[in-house]
Ligand binder design. Structure first.
Ligand code: NAP
Length: 285
């Protein structure tokens, strides 16, 4: 029950009403019998600064940040993590000691945790990433930080892929980064280990679309991951499954970024399976 001593965390974004995060975190608080609540906070871009400062003023323990505020919120924070700085985005704010606004990026952690959960170790691997937006930045940083040998980016706008490769190459000198247009996906051949879709192609309601052309075979030895989680089985993942590849859906990343955020706010070990069930209940197959 919410009462005078309930601790609050929230989700700052716009829109936020379709988010699965409140269900996931509130299920975890209930399972641990914690007097905490997670609320969705729709914030217009013009009000972002007031909203971030408001977390401190209103005694919130922290917040998640989602589209369109992940980059812009950084300028209102007191401290940011290395992951947030290198990705260039914050998805979790912690109000430390009731005063310091600290920003972290748990998307990168969530992505690696979701790969590891399915038995994929990114170290020494050759990775192909489709997309060069915000999610691609988190994925590329995460793969480089965890020892990938080569990361090839395929994006509709090659300029954006080039910028991302250049940004990452400054920090990860041992990793080879290559930008390509989407029309070069045929380069993903035998030497690759991992193929990741970080674009929004295939997301509901555009479920009949895929970033991968129908007439191009997907190598069967690949592990193929789609960050899209609604639907859980995207057209891209069914193409990969039919080709014989191991497939990983985006729900795992969503779960594990939430697990890491929960730990940052509460200092407690989150109930993983409770959170997974709460998420899975919110999405169709
Ligand atoms: P974003 O910054 O807007 O980037 C979108 C990317 O998709 C860009 O690379 C864009 O290419 C590409 N794209 C979009 N429509 C396209 C089309 N019709 N044809 C070709 N390319 C297209 O968005 P984001 O924040 O990276 O999010 C991307 C997806 O990742 C979303 O579906 C989001 O829900 C998902 N995501 C999932 C998780 C998770 O936990 N599973 C976490 C974060 C994000 P251009 O650069 O050429 O425009």
């Amino acid at each position: 029950m919410i009462d005078a001593s309930t601790r609050l965390v929230g989700l700052i974004g716009y829109p936020v009403e379709h988010s699965a995060s409140p269900a996931m975190h509130n299920a975890a608080f209930a399972a641990l019998k914690m007097n905490w609540a997670y609320v969705a906070l729709p914030v217009y871009p013009d009000h972002l600064r007031e909203a971030v400062f408001g977390l401190r003023a209103l005694g919130f323990a922290g917040a998640n940040v989602t589209v369109p505020h992940k980059q812009d919120c950084m300028r209102h924070l007191d401290e940011t993590s290395r992951a947030a700085d290198l990705v260039g985005a914050v998805n979790t704010i912690v109000v430390r000691d009731g005063s310091t606004l600290y920003g972290d990026n748990t998307d990168a952690y969530g992505f690696i945790a979701s790969l590891r959960e399915e038995g994929f170790d990114p170290s020494e691997t050759y990775c192909a990433v489709i997309g060069a937006g915000g999610a691609a930045r988190a994925v590329t940083y995460a793969l480089a930080e965890h020892g990938a040998r080569m990361i090839t980016l395929f994006n509709r706008s090659t300029g954006r892929a080039k910028r991302l490769c250049k940004d990452m190459a400054r920090f990860f000198t041992a990793v080879r980064f290559e930008p390509h247009p989407l029309s070069d996906l045929g380069l993903v051949g035998n030497e690759y280990d991992l193929l990741v879709n970080t674009t929004s192609i295939g997301m509901w309601p555009g479920v009949d679309s895929s970033p991968w052309p129908d007439d191009l075979p997907i190598p069967a030895h690949l592990t193929v991951c789609d960050l899209v989680y609604n639907p859980r089985e995207t057209r891209f993942l069914s193409q990969a499954g039919r080709a014989g590849a191991v497939t990983i859906c985006g729900l795992g990343m969503l779960l594990h970024q939430g697990v890491a955020a929960f730990r940052l706010w509460t200092g407690r070990q989150p109930p993983l399976e409770v959170m997974r069930r709460a998420l899975e209940g919110g999405f169709s197959k």
